[in-house]
Design a protein around this ligand. Structure first.
Ligand SMILES: Cc1cc2nc3c(=O)[nH]c(=O)nc-3n(C[C@H](O)[C@H](O)[C@H](O)COP(=O)(O)O)c2cc1C
Length: 370
């Protein structure tokens, strides 16, 4: 328990200290122990291994892959299978699947279990048309019988716990998640995550966590609250007012693992330029190892702004990095701008398992180009 009262800047409310939940406290999803009440959000185009491993180092108790296509797994698409790489220091880790057919989803879940994931997560929240028009993602909030059939088929197929990530509903004002949530638990879901925006809303407006509180009151499995949590005060307010077991942090952690440390430990210290450059260099190295130079150099571009913004480096410096052709040049430029970073990178690499020590729990031939 935290001893001092705290305020939620977003709502202006003050909370009684006794209502505050310590974030460094373990909780469980079925048999899986999650060491802190902070979950790193699955984000397509973001949640690579480097992001997840970094999240674990900075206090996330559970990390999640981005959504992986069930059809891609079914057809043994090499790029899709690359998303199933699990490193030894990621556990506990959830791998998220999206799809619309119970049987192939159950087969894909078996694969998720086989590669060593601790939890299989199902995406019933993706609002992107390319996904919803196939009957997957947030479409399933409106096709509840099928949603339950998918969860039931997966729960029957695997021994690891099944979790589901939902939005509040498809259209603005919808409360579909409150009807669907208990049905999914009955079908076998061991945990639910709610991002209480509608699919129609995409990322506009605010997450209405009064729905999270309602969902908590309706189910007897842990609920994770996702949406607009970017600070410790907000995290504690959401936990205290909803009864959720944990908060999930997405955009707030992009290029900013220090936000996770602030949320979990209350450590408000700003990182030095050297620390920022060091984390970015490590991130670049690991991502190149995971995706290869060609894919990584495009993928990484958005991260430069995320890391170097917030007044940490001059704008021109970011522009300069974006002009460089190879990640090697980027690393050289970062280390020239913050020479002390080299020592930090070396220390970090000595602390975390190197690429060679990572377990790839599928035969390497399966991964192909990854
Ligand atoms: C770039 C991006 C990609 C996302 N991809 C996924 C995804 O693959 N699966 C998923 O369940 N949610 C996805 N989300 C939603 C997040 O997991 C999270 O629920 C949402 O961003 C709200 O949390 P936040 O306010 O902390 O960002 C994505 C969000 C963003 C911004």
């Amino acid at each position: 328990m935290v001893a001092t009262p705290f305020g939620d800047r977003q709502t202006g409310r003050q909370y009684h200290p006794r209502a505050v939940i310590e974030l460094r406290e373990p909780w469980r999803i079925g048999p899986v122990e999650v060491p802190t009440r902070l979950v790193l959000a699955p984000m397509a185009g973001v949640s690579v291994q480097a992001f997840r491993r970094q999240g674990r180092r900075y206090g996330a108790g559970l990390v999640c892959s981005e959504m992986v296509s069930c059809a891609g797994i079914e057809h043994r698409n090499e790029k899709t299978l690359g998303y199933l790489r699990v490193a030894s220091d990621e556990h506990p880790l959830a791998i998220q699947l999206f799809g619309s057919e119970p049987r192939p989803m159950a087969d894909a879940a078996r694969m998720v279990e086989a590669v060593g994931a601790d939890i299989v997560d199902i995406n019933f929240g993706c609002p992107v048309k390319k996904v919803t028009k196939t009957g997957a993602g947030a479409h399933l909030l409106e096709d509840q019988a099928r949603a339950c059939a998918i969860v039931g088929a997966i729960a029957d197929a695997v021994d690891i716990p099944v979790s589901v990530k939902l939005r509040r509903g498809f259209r603005d004002g919808s409360r579909a998640a409150l009807e669907l949530g208990p049905r999914l638990v009955e079908a076998g879901a061991a945990s639910l995550t709610l991002h209480p925006r509608s699919a129609q809303q995409m990322y506009t407006g605010t997450a209405d966590h009064s729905l999270t509180a309602e969902l908590v009151s309706l189910v007897d499995v842990p609920v994770v609250a996702s949406g607009d949590v970017t600070s410790r005060a907000r995290a504690q307010a959401v936990l205290a007012t909803t009864g959720a077991e944990a908060v999930m942090v997405g955009r707030g952690a992009q290029g900013n693992p220090w936000a996770l440390r602030e949320i979990v430990d209350g450590d408000t210290g700003e990182p030095s330029r050297e620390e920022v450059a060091a984390e970015l260099v490590l991130f670049v190295r690991e991502t190149v190892r995971e995706l290869g130079e060609r894919r990584a150099s495009g993928f990484l571009k958005k991260f430069y702004g995320w890391y170097l913004g917030r007044g940490r480096f001059p704008k021109e410096f970011k522009q300069e990095l974006l002009q460089l052709d190879s990640t090697e040049e980027i690393e050289r430029r970062l280390l020239a701008a913050a020479p002390g970073a080299r020592e930090i990178v070396e220390r970090l690499e000595a602390e975390v398992p190197s690429g060679a020590e990572l377990t790839l729990e599928l035969p390497v031939s399966v991964y192909g180009g990854g």
